[in-house]
Design a protein around this ligand. Sequence first.
Ligand code: XMP
Length: 546
Amino acid sequence: MGEVVALPVPEPGPEERPVLVLDCGGQYAQLIARRVRECRVYSELVPHSISAAEARTRNPRALVLSGGPASVYAAGAPRVDPGLFSLGVPTLGICYGMQLMAQELGGAVERTGVSEFGKTEVRAEAESELFAGLPVEQTGWMSHRDSVTAPPAGARVTAGSPAAPIAAFEDSERRLYGIQFHPEVVHTPHGQEVLKNFLYAVADAPPTWTAAAVIEEQVERIRAQVGSERVLCALSGGVDSAVAALLVHKAVGDQLVCVFVDHGLLRKDEAAQVVETFEGHFHVPLVHVEAQERFLSRLDGVADPEAKRKAVGEEFIRVFEEESQRMQAGARAKPGRPRSGAAQSAPSGAARFLVQGTLYSDVIESGGDASVAATIKSHHNVGGLPEDMEMELVEPLRLLFKDEVRRVGEELGLPERMVWRQPFPGPGLAIRIIGEVTRERLEILREADAILQEEIRRAGLYRELWQSFAVLPAIRSVGVQGDERTYGYPIVVRAVTSDDAMTADWARLPYDLLETISSRIVNEVPAVNRVVLDVTSKPPSTIEWE
Ligand code: XMP
């Protein structure tokens, strides 16, 4: 008998060994998942109600119980399956999560009458696993009314604060850890290191979840899903659809056809940039539909903001549908032959799959599980896609947060301008021209906006601002230019900072920059004789003017 040689066992991909973050309420859970991923360990959000058996099937590296606004004693407070603590999987409870652990595992949680909110001085034991290598005295961001008053049986206390003598505990044997303050928030200066200690040292999770690894993994998945079928993708000019398209192209090459509907409402040079990037640089088969005239005539006489949105959205769907039907028909008539017409280079072929740039935040928002099969949703990244298209979805960004999409885009070689493009509404400039959209007014706004963008970039502020753009109101005002009185258009400068567009503050742009923007716009755009600044936050205003 020969010697038995063990075959090498392939290393599991990072996504096969996730860190599962149990969502116990509030905004904390999502932030924890992002922080874990920043440590290059793949993590997913799951409901707190996940059973121990279900969790085990995911083969997790670790579990994290998030914070949450409830009291563990409140009726209906989120609970977790106590079986989770016997899985032998390293588990970290944060704030409410810690209190749940204490309650379930033989400790005690009480309302001591002393609450802690905000920055708090914490004394941590240097010998503890969570705080190894960190200063003994450190600041932790707290937000709690209840406190753990006895740690779980077998756990030792590893940190304390004036109001919470048990601010952290650990049971190295059972690999159960609790922390009262929030390591995920920026106000806890050593928080990320605490997470790293937990992930790398306790849970033995390697930092392998990188943009390159994401690309490799997704390329494999897309190939497995798509096989030799054709795939269709609508490009919008935004980062999500661009990265999704490039991933699919990397996976299945020319089986992908991108459709770029140029509705004529993009900013200056944007359409050319999409064509140059995809067709010129990446050699992605692209149908460039020049539908500017169609959209303009559809918008003729439409002044109401919602009516404009509807007009653009419906027209977009119509054009996209026509193009895809033409391709499907072309495929039946002459397989593999490019069609002429609006298309510049269009390999035809019936497409069975449709690419969609759904992000992980969309998945979370719709209460979905990242592993659940997708259906077409009514909110999407492109101007709106037909609801009844009989195509299967390919969603290569379904596991990614926006900043991760950008990193993947950079890794794929997408130009900086596209990777870091500020959010731009689907109806485009149509909702930044107050009232009726005409060719003349589009041209004025596009030129003024281009100057504004150029100066914001030159000042190094483009990435700092959530959005910065020009608006053309439906009024005229008197000016004097040279020896003449003019009756021209004003341009509004709108620049905001924001994290999520739900609220926003007007950006305090430097006066010198505003001066340059103003004088360049009135000098270079003949129809404009006045530039004004929008100094309203959201609420009460919205970011867009329409
Ligand atoms: P508001 O103006 O409501 O905008 O403060 C919040 C964010 O949404 C964007 N926005 C849109 N995006 N279609 C889109 O795709 C739209 O009709 C639309 N309207 C507003 C806006 O640019 C901002 O980022």
